[in-house]
Design a protein around this ligand. Sequence first.
Ligand code: AMP
Length: 249
Amino acid sequence: MKVLVAVKRVVDYNVKVRVKPDHSDVDLNNIKMALNPFCEIAIEEAVRLKEKGIAKEIVAVSVGPKEAQEQIRTALALGADRGILVETAEKVQPLGIAKVLKALVDQEKPDLIILGKQSIDGDNNQTGQMLAALAGVSQGTYASKVDVAGGKVTVVREIDGGLQTVEITLPAVVTTDLRLNEPRYASLPNIMKAKKKPLDVTTPDALGIDVKPRVATLKVEPPSERKAGIKVADVAELAAKLKNEAKVI
Ligand code: AMP
C-alpha cells in the first residue's frame, strides 16, 4: 500500500508571532519555522503502518517555498521514503493546496492520503476535506485511531463530546487529531540518511494548477493585552475586590 502524507511548513509553535505594523499579516522575518505538529502525527501514523507491514512506501509532499525542503527532510528523517516539493513563492490557500495535492494523487495513485486536521498558523481545517471532495474519495477526519485492513480503513473520529467510529473504503483521506499517536524524535543516523533520500521538485504550473488566492485578508490583529495583575495583602482584601470590583462573588 502506498501512503501519501501532506506536510506543511509553519511557524514553530513556541514562537510568539508579531503582527506587521500595517496589520496586513504576521511578520515572518527571522522567525523559526517547523513541521506543522498535526503533520508530524500524520507522518508517524504512516511510519507505524509501514512498520506493521501494511504500508510499502511513504511519500511526503509539501507545497511552499524552497525552504519547505527542510520540513520534507524532517519527514524523511522520521521515516518517509521520498519527498515531493511543489515549489511556489505564493501564499497558497487551502483550495489551491487541495488542487495541487489532487494533481499529485492522480500522479502517484496512493491508497491512503494522510493530512493533519489543521495547520497551526492558518487554523483553516479545510485542506483534507477539499482534497477528498476533489479526488472523489472517502474521508475520515479528526482521527484518534486508524486501522487498515481488507481495503478498508476504520477511523475513530474525535467529535464534540465523544467518539465516532466510521469505516471507509480505500483510497481515502484521513486527517489526524492530537491523540492519534505520539510522534517519535528523528535520530541522528536517520537525519543523516534522510539527506540521501530522493526529493523531487515541481511547481503548480508544471502540474497545471492555478494557485492564485481567492480570499483576501483584510486585517490581522494580535490578541488583546491582558491587564497586569495586582498583589493583595490578605484574603479579606481579595474577597472585597472579587465582590466589589470584579463582581464575581
Ligand atoms: P489546513 O486546511 O490549512 O488547516 O491544513 C490541514 C492539513 O493540510 C495540514 O496539516 C497538511 O497536512 C495539509 N496542508 C495544508 N497546507 C499544506 C501545504 N502548504 N503543503 C502540504 N500540505 C499542506
